[in-house]
Write a protein that binds this ligand. Structure first.
Ligand code: ADP
Ligand code: GLC
Length: 492
């Protein structure tokens, strides 16, 4: 099959979260199954043009009343096989993408012209196919920035050379929908009656993700558990009704992880690579490295709890670090443990974390994004904490399991699908889980894990092994997408 991924992020070119990892890894896995996979994304300012190859001639894209002229660059995706490489196309347009930031900057988190930027990009996708004379069987879009692609396909583009193309839209995070003033609808060049018919309408605003959900041939999200949750008001971000309506075309397919980048046996960022056979030695070396690097007391026998995250409400940061009610202060005061955090995000939270770091000897943090340290934390921590409010898939808990680091997670979304709660009677399980997102529940569950560290060492060793044996490779997920694509093509 010819498959075109349309996305706003792809590793290694541009990344704000797991979406970028998922698109790149899924594309490579599909190519390994023999499909012809291409990716199209914007050429952001951070992507060095001199390292790309330029296609000849401009690309004309209709938006609103006029036509914008842009350039197209291309490169091969790293990790591609020689036999069947994945090609990435970059839409290069100074006015929309020639600036710092992907969706925004700290000063302007959501660029004022984002509706226009991604409407333009979604239209450009079709023009690109015309230019390179390559018409995919499947156009696979991801999240709100490219949710207009299935809309444009259904309402207009399918009348031309895309007659046999089907669309799949994957929801990586329902919390971000692309809701803008309906004045922006003008840029779509669609008739006004379609504003309602195609599902744009959202209390008199324009909702890009909602239109995509109503228009795509098939919908997926990144774990089966999250697919169920999103059909309920508690997790549906007001789109649960639309998702229930489309339930027959909506399924969860679990993400995998890049098992080459995240492999304790061949990890260049850890002091002593390890396998399941010498896990204790490898982890002890990494733990010591963290303790030294972060200025914690060097002690192999104290449980170390790690965390690597975007510091946003989704990740439970209020319950952890909220002034006066967050539980980290009392955890670190009352329990014989250490904690390290790597993350960046909301400024109040960064501030609180710096405060805690200064006042507690057993809590240290690094604010910022750091690939290398994230590997070290995954390897050297005894436990990895992820108390997410919601988690469509989550990648870090899978990295943890692969590195023999026991996850402590909230029982939600992809966390619920990948971690099995510790059963104290049988010793079974791969992690520690709790249901309610409250500071007390986090406190109690971390307390339980620390208790097990001191009193149930052999159970923890068995849990580590069970986690490390799990297969989180993308191959399985890619095969599920393959089945879905085929079924969609067969039906239309
Ligand atoms: P989300 O996409 O919601 O942020 P995921 O768990 O899917 O959550 O993916 C997050 C990805 O970003 C992981 O690969 C994680 O290691 C990485 N990451 C997040 N914050 C940082 C950071 N401060 N430094 C390094 N890597 C980070
Ligand atoms: C989103 C979700 C995260 C998921 C990632 C990749 O960013 O928040 O849970 O792992 O997308 O699908």
């Amino acid at each position: 099959m010819k498959i075109l991924m349309t996305t706003s992020e792809t590793v290694p070119f541009a990344k704000t979260g797991g979406l970028a990892d998922a698109v790149s890894a899924l594309s490579l896995a599909l190519a390994r199954l023999g499909h012809a996979v291409r990716i199209v994304m914007p050429r952001y300012f951070c992507i060095d043009r001199t390292k790309l190859e330029q296609l000849e001639g401009p690309l004309g894209v209709r938006v609103g009343g006029g036509e914008e002229w842009c350039a197209v660059y291309t490169a091969e995706l790293a990790g591609s096989t020689k036999k069947n490489p994945v090609r990435v196309y970059f839409i290069d347009y100074e006015r929309f993408f020639g600036r710092d930031g992907i969706y925004g900057t700290p000063a302007e988190p959501d660029f004022l012209d984002n509706a226009l930027r991604y409407t333009f990009f979604s239209r450009a996708v079709f023009q690109l196919c015309r230019k390179i004379n390559w018409y995919p069987h499947v156009i696979h879009s991801h999240d709100w920035p490219t949710a207009l692609v299935p809309v444009f396909l259904k309402y207009g583009e399918r009348n031309g050379p895309f007659a046999d193309t089907v669309s799949v839209l994957t929801i990586h995070n329902l919390g971000y929908q692309g809701i803008y003033s309906k004045n922006n609808y003008y840029y779509t060049n669609l008739d006004w009656d379609l504003f309602y018919q195609a599902g744009f309408d959202d209390w008199n605003m324009m909702n890009l993700l909602k239109a995509g959900i109503c228009s795509a041939d098939k919908l997926t999200t990144v774990s089966p558990h999250y697919a169920e949750e999103t059909k309920t008001p508690a997790y549906g971000f007001r789109l649960d009704g639309v998702l229930r309506q489309r339930a027959g075309d909506y399924q969860g397919i679990a993400n995998g992880i890049d098992t080459e980048v995240w492999d304790p046996q061949h990890d260049p960022y850890i002091p002593l690579p390890y396998t399941i056979k010498n896990v204790q030695i490898g982890k002890a070396a990494a733990k010591e490295a963290i303790q030294k690097q972060f200025g914690l007391s060097v002690n192999p026998d104290i449980p170390l709890i790690g965390m690597v995250n975007r510091l946003t409400d989704q990740k439970g940061i209020g319950e952890l670090f909220g002034p006066t009610y967050g539980c980290v202060w009392s955890l670190c005061q009352n329990i014989a443990m250490q904690m390290v955090v790597l993350g960046s995000g909301e400024s109040w939270c960064e501030h609180e974390i710096r405060n805690l770091s200064a006042r507690l000897a057993n809590f240290k943090a690094q604010i910022g994004y750091d690939e290398k340290i994230s590997h070290l934390i995954e390897a050297g921590s005894d436990f990895f904490l992820m108390p997410s409010r919601y988690e469509p898939s989550g990648l870090n808990q899978m990295y943890s399991l692969r590195y023999g680091t026991i996850p402590i997670v909230r029982n939600t979304g992809g966390l619920a699908d990948t971690v099995e709660n510790f059963n104290q009677d049988t010793g079974a399980g791969t992690g520690f889980m709790f249901d309610d997102l409250t500071p007390q529940a986090i406190y109690n569950t971390v307390g339980w894990a620390v208790w097990a560290y001191y009193n149930r060492r052999s159970s923890l060793a068995a849990m580590q092994k069970a986690g490390m044996k799990h297969d989180f490779s993308w191959k399985k997920s890619a095969q599920q997408y393959e089945v879905l694509y085929k079924a969609t093509l067969a039906r239309t």
